[in-house]
Design a protein around this ligand. Structure first.
Ligand code: AHR
Length: 319
């Protein structure tokens, strides 16, 4: 092509871009996100992280709150497929029952990114990556802390457990991880275990029932999340007992509420589970649209906070 022809072509393209700017603008990535619900402070922080990261990344977010119901999440995914979004993000309320809808997304060539919670599908080609915490390890960390705390003390050590949502990955794995560690210690016994559905209100209600049935027989509460522990703390105080002293309190998440309870001596330890997954999700969505291959598992880095560590970290705690 001659220099003159090239100049004419360039001028034509510039003129076209001025006349029809939208045709030349880069297409925004559209991400449909199927969230679990709004059951806990952790979840609120997770939702805020996803919404603000989408804004920062210039990604159009279609957000659906399933109110802890799998059927609502399945409906949301089908609607994302019908709308031809570029990527689907899913935090599955329960582990099982996803194959059909994920196959539909695959058939529509829409990549699915799992965040926070896993699915138990055998076919791992149904999602491009799973990013989030190792829930078994969280349960183990809770168990190891308790073993250390009770070292050299006589038994029995009677434990009550508040489980998360039935069938959810964190409830299954946190139960298993904890049991794996304390199972070898003959002093430790889980005397009651029931779901509190990851909510403060349910945690309180179930702890009231535990206290009614067991009286002063309870030494330790292991709650699968902070909200249930905070509800249980209220129940323990209303029963005239001192949480953190009469009953050792262990929970998972690391939200401000739990840190405040630790600072007040009402809770003994929290195992961290980080909800701030938004930026990681947006960069994964961009990578997958750009055709990059993602690692199948992206693990979140987390720690354990004791009372003194919680006091130090409280002023800068973000959620
Ligand atoms: O899946 C993460 C868990 O879900 C958090 O521990 C809990 O607080 C939430 O509801």
């Amino acid at each position: 092509m001659t220099i003159q022809r090239r100049a004419v072509l360039a001028a034509t393209l510039v003129a076209a871009a001025i006349a029809h700017p939208s045709a030349f603008a880069q297409k925004k990535i559209v991400l449909g996100f199927a969230q679990v619900g709004a059951e806990s402070a952790w979840r609120t922080a997770n939702t805020e992280s996803i919404k603000s990261a989408a804004k920062d990344a210039g990604i159009e977010l279609k957000f659906s709150d399933a109110q802890q119901k799998q059927e609502n999440q399945i409906k949301a995914i089908r609607s994302f497929i019908a709308q031809k979004v570029d990527v689907i993000g899913l935090s599955p309320v329960v582990e099982s029952g996803w194959d059909t809808v994920l196959q539909e997304a695959k058939a529509a060539h829409i990549p699915v990114i799992l965040t926070d919670r896993a699915v138990d599908s055998k076919d791992t080609s149904l999602y491009v990556t799973f990013m989030g915490s190792d829930f078994i390890e969280e349960g183990k960390r809770a168990g190891r802390w308790l073993e250390e705390f009770e070292k050299g003390k006589p038994g029995p050590i009677n434990i009550v457990e508040l489980q998360g949502t039935v069938g959810s990955a964190p409830a299954i794995d946190r139960k298993k991880g904890f049991a794996d560690v304390i199972g070898g210690d003959p002093r430790m016994k889980i005397i009651r275990s029931q779901t509190g559905d990851f909510t403060l209100a349910k945690g309180k209600e179930v702890m009231e029932a535990f206290l009614k049935a067991e009286g002063k027989n309870i030494n330790v509460l292991y709650a699968h999340n902070d909200d249930m522990a905070l509800g249980a703390i209220q129940a323990i105080e209303e029963a005239g007992l001192k949480p953190g002293v009469d009953i050792t309190i262990i929970s998972i998440d690391g939200t401000k509420g739990a840190f405040e309870a630790m600072a007040a001596g009402k809770q003994n330890v929290v195992v961290e589970c980080n909800p701030l997954l938004g930026p990681q999700l947006m960069s994964a969505a961009k990578d997958v649209v750009a055709g990059k291959t993602l690692p199948k598992r992206i693990l979140t880095n987390e720690t354990v906070y004791t009372q003194s560590q919680a006091v130090a970290a409280l002023p800068s705690r973000k959620y």
